[in-house]
Design a protein around this ligand. Structure first.
Ligand code: NAD
Length: 462
């Protein structure tokens, strides 16, 4: 029986980062992974492959819509779907092999197989039982469906099947206007599918700043996505090649149907802890199937910790990574910490959408005095040159102290721009601090500075 200081179960962004940090802090560490490649959902069937398809389809969109305007003639390229999928697989391979390399470099053992915890201090992988002073559950999440809808990963697909379709569908119905639905819906709309999104609520991407929600939906509609809002999908019936989606409008209970070649079910994910044996160990779980932890990611069973999608909080790879590093530091006797108030969220459509901190709606609910500084990308020279003037940066700052409380961006490179504001918020900065920081010209980042200026004496370029 081999014995370790730490065994991490799961090699997604939470697990592999945790394992590497544990090893860097001098702890003898192993990571259990049953997939043939490391990296979990994010690298194999989530963030990374979807970004490859988003990038390729965005390039096509640019060629179709903007190339001629820049004097680039010759027409848009044809789509070779098989080659695009091969590009996506190559990107996955490069990333997953990268983690393998990092494990070797940091002397993290990869225990290949599916792990379970037969008793505290032990992890079983296949027939082997390993001892561990500390066990970190980082087993992530799995997609869920809704009553009346069975995912077959052929006609009715989850986010996993949506990355591997045999061909580009002519008609696609997306159930759920959350992050997955809109990212993958965008991909197939750009590739020529007629995409209809059916959403239960009246607004897209629940929890996002209301103004961004409105502009985001409008922008995607302009790109050809059709939205049926306030509609609950009741059932999906399939033949060998087609599907019929029945939904009910919440306002008047009327029912209608949609035909599709492919239906993407994007109605959320649930924590994945199957087969670990947590119930038998008496590990406390929430009603939603999340492992309950204290502020230091410890469960109620001594020596067992949990992080990432398996516990409460936003199901985001970077939230899991931060928890992975922090729990490693905690186990090593340091003071691991995650600032849950400054976790950015990004949607990788075009334009991108990014947010951090409080929304305007949350601040109103809290009754907090705040001011809004807004700047449109139309006033940004770089954005205009790049046909990227749609969208805006919005900064919310405390009315009295000017401290930044939140920021919401829809526009070019929003997912990168948001981090300037994250750093500012980590340092407790005021909007004026951003406004007085010199920003290179011409960059998209100037729009962030202008929004910060808009919290004070006003922006220059609007
Ligand atoms: P989600 O929770 O973001 O959105 C699901 C949507 O489905 C909601 O708007 C909900 O109202 C709707 N819905 C539920 N039941 C319905 C019904 N019967 N009919 C119509 N609509 C219905 O879920 P998701 O998009 O599946 O994403 C899952 C998780 O993965 C999220 O936590 C998300 O943050 C995460 N994720 C993040 C990224 C990213 O950060 N870029 C990418 C992919 C996934």
């Amino acid at each position: 029986m081999s014995s370790y200081d730490v065994i991490v179960i799961g090699s997604g962004p939470g697990g592999y980062v945790c394992a590497i940090r544990c090893a860097q802090l001098g702890l003898k560490t192993a990571c259990v992974e049953g997939r043939e490649t490391l990296g979990g959902t994010c690298l194999n069937i989530g963030c990374i492959p979807s970004k490859a398809l988003l990038h390729a389809s965005h390039m096509l969109h640019e060629a179709e819509h903007n190339f001629e305007k820049m004097g680039l003639k010759g027409g848009a390229p044809k789509v070779d779907w098989k080659a695009m999928l091969a590009y996506k697989s190559d990107v996955i391979g490069q990333n997953t092999k990268g983690i393998e390399f990092l494990f070797k470099k940091n002397k993290v053992d990869w225990l290949k197989g599916w792990g379970s915890i037969p008793e505290p201090g032990k992890v079983k992988v296949g027939d082997a039982v390993h001892a561990a002073k500390h066990i970190v559950v980082a087993t992530g999440s799995d997609s869920t469906s809704i009553p009346g809808v069975t995912v077959d990963e052929k006609i009715v697909v989850s986010s996993t099947g949506a990355l591997e379709l045999g061909k580009i569908p002519k008609k696609m119905v997306v159930i759920g206007a959350g992050v997955i639905g809109l990212e993958m819906g965008s991909v197939y709309a750009r590739l020529g599918a007629e995409v209809t999104v059916v959403e239960f609520l009246d607004k897209v991407t629940p929890g996002m700043d209301g103004e961004v929600q409105k502009v985001f939906q409008r922008t995607l509609s302009k790109q050809g996505l059709t939205f049926i809002m306030g509609a609950a999908v009741q059932k999906v019936e399939t033949t060998k090649t087609k599907a019929k989606v029945t939904y009910k409008l919440r306002k008047d209970d009327s029912e209608a149907t949609l035909d599709a070649d492919t239906v993407l079910v994007a109605t959320g994910r649930k924590p994945y802890t199957d087969g670990l044996g947590l119930e038998a160990l008496g590990v406390a779980m929430s009603e939603r199937g999340q492992v309950k932890t204290d502020a230091h990611w410890a469960t109620n069973v001594s020596g067992i910790y949990a992080i990432g999608d398996a516990i409460a909080g936003p199901m985001l790879a970077h939230k899991a990574e931060d928890e992975g590093m922090a729990v490693a530091e905690t186990i090593a006797g340091q003071k691991g910490h995650v600032n849950y108030g400054v976790i950015p969220g990004v949607i990788y459509t075009h334009p991108e959408v990014a947010s951090v901190g409080k929304t305007e709606e949350e601040l109103k609910d809290e009754g907090r005095g705040f001011k809004v500084g807004k700047f449109s990308f139309m006033g940004n020279g770089r954005a205009k040159a790049n046909f990227a003037g749609d969208g805006f940066v919005k900064i919310l700052a405390d009315k009295t102290t000017d401290r930044i409380l939140g920021a919401h961006i829809i526009g070019p490179m929003a997912g990168d721009l948001i981090h300037e504001i994250c750093v500012a918020m980590e340092f407790g900065a005021a909007a004026e601090d951003l406004a007085r920081t010199c920003h290179a010209h011409p960059t998209y980042s100037e729009a962030v500075r202008e929004a910060a200026l808009a919290c004070g004496d006003g922006p220059i370029h609007s």
